[in-house]
Design a protein around this ligand. Structure first.
Ligand SMILES: NC(=O)c1ccc[n+]([C@@H]2O[C@H](COP(=O)([O-])OP(=O)(O)OC[C@H]3O[C@@H](n4cnc5c(N)ncnc54)[C@H](O)[C@@H]3O)[C@@H](O)[C@H]2O)c1
Length: 375
């Protein structure tokens, strides 16, 4: 009995014995995975989902909701989420991280493995960031699903900026600046246009001028009716000056955005720095701004604050809190119209976990994916 594209409650006589095979609906209580019972033991069916399927199933609006929930659960200390574990492939200029998590109240648990190899596009024709995720049943440890997590990573990171902007940016931002025109730029744009509906102006900058122009063309095509003007700029200064919301999404290891260019009241989503040694902001911005991180252990090890902390340019006292505390209502977000706010994202495993649960539930509802017996 092979269940290819759908999951049902099915009973069938085993051809090899007198045992009855029972395929339980994955959403049945205590059986999130498909289990075939025999007299001796049960076997598990795992749902396999490709990147293309994940892409079809995920909607940014839903991911923003899931990430907001993830931050809230983290703020309330209702998650188990050890900091990411890193392996460094120094000779290949890449790294690999493992990210386990458990959202206790929702009984959702997952492990993601994800790499970051900035030279991949040029040297191998591959993406910088690729990921794989296993959704695990907390009830019995069975693998419920194995899915591509590349798109999940893109989407949940864009969504993190949307949620952070909701709590930290001034209301009704008119202008958006995106530094770095890679994959992240796409889902940052998608998330922020989903959040705000309209921008008068979007400015882009990448050290690769062709990539800047290509992203500008794509944004005009996709969001032309929601954005007044999309500009491909030739300097980061031109891209940033006077903007209400700034996103940095590069793999830079030196500051790109300078304090003098950032206007009072601006909000910055700092995305690119997610490994030791990475940095995108002039440390003077961190001294001037309210600085909100996603997780102290991760941020101090590998986020935007890791380099300035190690050089003594900022101290722990200058870090104002975690986004989860703000989302959970335990502390305030923006404190005045004129303050500069910075959200430093390293990416939390719980963001992946709750996003993957949406993928799984939607796949089951729509009969997408392939069930296979792996364990
Ligand atoms: N915080 C998170 O949760 C999270 C999640 C995913 C990715 N990231 C990080 O975000 C960064 C971008 O990821 P991606 O998937 O878009 O990678 P990508 O390689 O597709 O894009 C990165 C872009 O940055 C540009 N760039 C590099 N240095 C620059 C500089 N000094 N000035 C301007 N542009 C520069 C590159 O030309 C490239 O176009 C990576 O560092 C990645 O590790 C963070």
């Amino acid at each position: 009995m092979v269940l290819e594209n759908r999951v049902d409650i099915v009973t069938k006589k085993s051809p090899f014995s007198s045992h009855t095979l029972i395929f339980l609906h994955p959403l049945a209580r205590h059986t999130e995975c498909c289990i075939a019972m025999t007299a001796q033991h049960a076997s598990v069916k795992t749902l396999l989902l490709t990147g293309r399927q994940v892409k079809r199933l995920l909607k940014m609006k839903d991911v923003i909701g899931a990430v907001e929930d993830a931050f809230r659960h983290k703020g309330l200390s209702k998650v188990q989420m050890p900091p990411k574990v890193y392996l460094f492939y120094d000779k290949f200029d890449g790294d690999l991280r493992t990210m386990p998590s458990y959202v206790e109240d929702m009984d959702v648990s997952a492990v993601k493995i994800v790499n970051v190899h900035p030279r991949n596009a040029k040297e191998h024709g591959l993406r910088t960031v690729m990921g794989l995720l296993v959704l695990v049943s907390p009830h019995n440890g069975a693998p419920m699903a194995i899915m591509d997590a590349t798109h999940i990573t893109d989407m949940r990171t864009g969504a993190a900026s949307a949620v952070a902007s909701k709590y930290l940016a001034n209301k009704n931002p008119k202008s958006l600046s995106i530094i770095g025109a890679g994959n992240q730029a796409r889902t940052q744009m998608m998330a922020l246009i989903t959040q705000y509906g309209h921008f008068d102006e979007v400015r882009l900058f990448d050290i690769d001028a062709e990539k800047t122009k290509a992203a500008a063309r794509q944004f005009r095509r996709l969001y032309g009716d929601q954005i007044g003007k999309v500009r491909a700029t030739t300097s980061p200064e031109d891209a940033v000056e006077g903007c209400d919301i700034i996103v940095t999404a590069t793999s830079s290891r030196a500051p790109i955005v300078m304090n003098d260019w950032v206007k009072d009241g601006a909000h910055i989503n700092c995305i690119g720095a997610d490994a030791p040694g990475k940095q995108e902001l002039d440390p003077a911005i961190l001294k001037r701004a309210q600085v909100i991180i996603d997780d102290w252990e991760q941020a101090s090890h590998s986020g935007e604050i890791n380099v300035p902390l190690s050089k003594g340019e900022v101290t722990r006292n200058e870090i104002d809190g975690e986004i989860g505390e703000i989302v959970a209502g335990m502390s305030v977000g923006r404190r005045s119209e004129s303050e500069v706010t910075v959200f430093c994202s390293t990416g939390l495993a719980v963001q992946d976990c709750l996003t993957a649960k949406i993928v799984y539930d939607t796949a089951l509802a729509q009969g997408v994916g392939r069930l296979v017996q792996i364990v």
